[in-house]
Write a protein that binds this ligand. Structure first.
Ligand SMILES: NC(=O)c1ccc[n+]([C@@H]2O[C@H](COP(=O)([O-])OP(=O)(O)OC[C@H]3O[C@@H](n4cnc5c(N)ncnc54)[C@H](O)[C@@H]3O)[C@@H](O)[C@H]2O)c1
Length: 369
């Protein structure tokens, strides 16, 4: 039994509430039950609705009551980026496990301090880079590690969506509240995937763009709307990353491609049950990642005569939730899900990309240990 405190009843807080409940019903053993103990959000009307929908035992507008609560074993921090550090530290210091949303912090300095503080506390801590719990990307990683693609030469990614609604801009658009924009919010996912699939990012050259202004005039320090970056990975492979929040026709278009000396793979978020495999002299083959033996294929139901069913984004959140529960309840390692060190390293890469956009030169990523 893991008792959960959740900070943030917004978009992703709701996804965590839903998927921690469902993750407690997986067929994986041992069964780990959950209690949704306390929900904290500064907006009492929103919190009351979300509390009722998912069955939290109580709610508060003060995040400290969730971070310090004696009847919470795991704090899920789904607050805005500027609220990641303080509650995560408070929860770790009172003996809780922590699942913190990405990006871990608004700057590399803050992310580093957060990682080191939680490391010193001995807390079990995961950073919610949810792509690490997508079956097709786990299969891709297995294939790469087994050498099926040969030596990896290229990693390529794109993350496109539209966040411009004509409404006043939220905290996400503010450099002081969120840190970086498309680069930190969207790019961080794919930077983490380059590391998860192929290896560390060692140098980058990039440009960023900003077109957006706040119709309400509240946000005066609008961060980047888009970025494009080329980079070098530790094995010598080239990498490219692109993300935009102003690609008006895209709901959520995410693509990841890896090319090796023997084969290539391609993944598209809108078709997340599929991995496209290409081999020299053969056309592309679409591998449905729902077969017996594939990652997470036995997560929900026994594999049998009913066939295999496609999964969606929220199920992948439930996979992530299960790993967090196993780490908190059974002491299983957080890796290969993202640790706080991964969260820090991505923040360092993100900041180096922003520096490169300003200096208009290649910049080397320097990691602190
Ligand atoms: N892993 C993913 O795929 C994914 C997707 C979306 C968002 N996120 C991350 O999740 C985090 C939250 O994003 P979101 O889209 O849910 O934002 P959101 O604005 O929808 O929700 C944030 C919530 O936090 C509350 N809040 C703000 N300040 C607070 C305070 N001081 N005390 C208590 N509550 C407070 C707000 O009222 C709001 O309900 C961000 O870090 C974002 O990057 C991750």
């Amino acid at each position: 039994m893991i008792r959960i405190g959740l900070i943030g009843a917004g978009f992703i807080g709701q996804m965590h509430a839903l998927t921690f409940r469902t993750a407690s019903m997986t067929s994986w053993t041992p069964g780990i039950d959950v209690r949704l103990t306390v929900l904290a959000d500064q907006d009492p009307t929103l919190a009351a609705g979300i509390r009722a929908r998912y069955g939290f035992e109580r709610m508060t507008t003060d995040w400290r009551e969730a971070a310090d609560a004696a009847d919470v074993d795991l704090l899920i921090n789904a607050g805005p980026n500027h609220l990641h550090a303080e509650p995560s530290v408070a929860a770790a210091r009172s003996g809780k496990a922590v699942l913190c949303e990405k990006p871990l912090a608004g700057s590399a300095d803050e992310a580093y301090a957060l990682w080191k503080t939680l490391e010193a506390s001995g807390a079990t801590a995961m950073c919610a880079f949810m792509h690490r719990s997508i079956p097709a990307l786990n299969l891709a990683r297995d294939m790469i590690r087994a050498g099926e693609l040969g030596e990896i030469r290229h990693f390529r990614s794109r993350f496109l969506l539209n966040m411009i609604t004509g409404e006043p801009l939220s905290w996400r658009f503010s450099r002081s509240e969120a840190g970086l924009g498309a680069l930190g919010d969207l790019g961080s996912h794919h930077i983490d995937q380059a590391r998860f699939l192929v290896g560390e990012v060692v140098s980058v050259a990039a440009m960023t763009s900003t077109w957006t202004g706040d119709p309400a005039g509240r946000v005066t320090d609008v961060n980047d709307d888009a970025f494009v970056c080329v980079g070098r990975l530790e094995n010598g492979a080239s990498a490219s990353f692109e993300a935009s929040r102003v690609a008006a026709a895209h709901n959520l278009g995410g693509s990841i491609e890896v090319d090796g000396t023997r084969a290539s793979i391609a993944f598209h978020m809108e078709r997340l049950n599929e991995l496209v495999v290409l081999e020299p002299g053969r056309g592309p083959r679409t591998q449905l990642v729902t077969q017996a033996g594939h990652p997470y294929s036995d997560f929900w139901l026994p594999i049998g005569i009913q066939g295999q069913h496609p999964l969606g984004w929220n199920e992948c959140f439930a996979h992530q939730a299960r790993h967090m529960l196993e780490a908190a309840a059974c002491g299983k390692p957080v890796a290969p899900r993202a640790t706080f060190e991964d969260g820090y390293r991505v923040a360092e890469i993100v900041e180096t990309i922003a520096r490169s956009a300003r200096s208009r030169t290649f910049e080397t990523v320097t990691f602190r240990s």
